[in-house]
Design a protein around this ligand. Structure first.
Ligand code: PLP
Length: 458
């Protein structure tokens, strides 16, 4: 018998979680205005809202916390992190920030001006918001295969190089400050970008003289997929793959709350000192002095160790294996989920799950609310609420995909929790014909509205 994968850790500390009744959950979600972000965490049994900052740190990370150097300037923790970033990514210069969007804020302040165009593969919501906030435009150049949730294609995060080249050749160079490649591509379902594609993007970008930055939150998961799926990389170590990936970029933004397995933190990596110098000014203005940015010394230490933890093959195998374990249980029951499974989450195709709900009634949000009521499982909508209104026309944007994302925190839940989640989804699926009414918005913010939106049942 082939031995199955098993978690690459054992548990040293536990946090109790509590089940609730359906009646309690119906009351709680109503009081939360049908916005899952408004629930209290103790009203949730299995929390798959996000894999961001929700992972469990290792004993090595916790011991690093005790060694943190809290000096304002020149702390040893800064140099420890600098060495880890250089060792793992190859970038010589870096700025610590308090999380990923802060890295975007600082970098974009240095690079993007009004009227600019920023091509990439399905920009992440905060990335897009930071671009649009600067009255610039994010242009999605993802391959068409990404939008077919059934199609078995190994690298659905890839950039369509023809689409990219069209944008680069149709616009003046001064209007395109950078290209952003998101690895893995969160918005298109945690789907990886191939090494070949990164090389091609880099070649096109060089031809037009445009820098390439990686939005790198899940760079290690991307490397794992390259190792498992891309020809020629089966015997290459994760760390060597990571090094090669970043060799095609001019810099990176990082939300360390993902693959570096810390609860808070981020950074920007740079190849060129000129851009680093320019961004440093904004880092000091928005985040803090360059040797701590938005982080305490102990947090930088834990992050440095997390970069090593997160790029271990055994960790990635059990983490991505657990995501696929959940996905396969759903797929076996005929539930429409994106395939191949992404690295950090399972994405349920809500339009196909609930065909009776019109898109104006927020299909994926409706499904996420139903799942919460069913089992106290919290997922998140990646659909038209998150897509915000068009900043120019003020009209709702309806993306091709309405997804309910179930993001799996790293090293946090067991496979029994995954079985519980699968059972709750299967129960909703079996009563899907009775779900005929969706939700309507009663209050919303002008940007990133999904965090605070208030809804009621139609
Ligand atoms: C999480 C994430 C961000 C933003 O990072 P925060 O730490 O949440 O601010 C940016 N890009 C991608 C791809 C992400 O997954």
């Amino acid at each position: 018998m082939k031995l199955p994968f098993a978690e690459s850790f054992k548990i040293k500390m536990v946090e109790p979680i509590r089940r609730s009744t359906r009646e309690e959950r119906e009351e709680w979600i109503k009081n939360a205005n049908y916005n899952l972000f408004n629930l209290r965490s103790n009203q949730v049994f299995v929390d798959l809202l996000t894999d961001s900052g929700t992972g469990a740190m290792s004993d090595r990370q916790w011991s690093e916390m005790m060694l943190g150097d809290e000096s304002y300037a020149g702390a040893s923790s800064y140099y420890k992190l600098k060495n880890a970033i250089k060792h793992i990514t190859g970038f010589d210069y870096f700025l610590p920030t308090h999380q990923g969007r802060a890295a975007e804020n600082v970098l974009f302040s240095a690079l993007i001006k009004e009227g600019d165009i920023v091509p990439g593969n399905s920009h992440f919501d905060t990335t897009k918001a930071h671009i649009e906030f600067r009255k610039s435009q994010a242009v999605d150049c993802t391959i068409d295969e990404a939008f077919d949730t059934e199609l078995d294609y190994p690298f659905k995060g890839n950039i369509d190089v023809n689409k990219l080249e069209k944008v680069l050749s149709n616009n003046p160079k001064e209007k395109i400050p950078l290209i952003i490649v998101t690895v893995t591509c969160n918005t298109s379902g945690g789907q990886p970008v191939s090494m070949k594609n990164m090389k091609e993007v880099s070649a096109v970008a060089r031809k037009y003289g445009i820098p390439v930055y990686y939005d790198s939150a899940r760079f290690a998961e991307n490397a794992y997929f390259i190792k498992m799926r891309e020809e020629g990389y089966g015997n290459t170590s994760i760390r060597d793959i990571v090094k090669e990936m970043f060799s095609y970029a001019d810099g990176m933004t990082m939300s360390s709350k993902k693959d570096a397995i810390v609860n808070m933190g981020g950074f920007i990596g740079f190849r060129h000192k000129e851009v680093f110098d320019k961004a440093s000014v904004y880092n000091i203005l928005f985040e803090g002095f360059n040797t701590y940015g938005g982080m305490s010394g102990r947090d930088m230490n834990a992050l440095a160790q997390g970069l090593y933890d997160g790029t271990e093959f055994d960790h990635l195998e059990s983490r991505i294996g657990q995501v696929a374990f959940l996905g396969q249980m759903l797929r076996d029951k005929g539930i429409p989920v994106q395939y191949p499974f992404g690295g950090h989450a399972i994405f349920v195709d809500a339009k196909r799950f609930l065909p009776n709900i019109p898109k104006e009634e927020y299909v994926a949000q409706t499904l996420a609310v139903e799942l919460y009521i069913e089992g106290g499982v919290r997922g998140v909508e990646i659909g038209s609420i998150m897509a915000d209104r068009d900043p120019v026309t003020g009209q709702n944007r309806y993306p091709d995909l309405e997804l309910m994302r179930l993001a799996i925190p790293r090293r946090t839940y067991t496979n029994d929790h995954m079985r519980y989640v699968a059972a709750a989804i299967i129960n909703v699926f079996e009563r899907r014909d009775k779900i005929t009414k969706g939700l309507k918005i009663v209050k919303e913010a002008p940007i990133l509205r999904h965090f605070t939106v208030e809804l009621e049942k139609v």
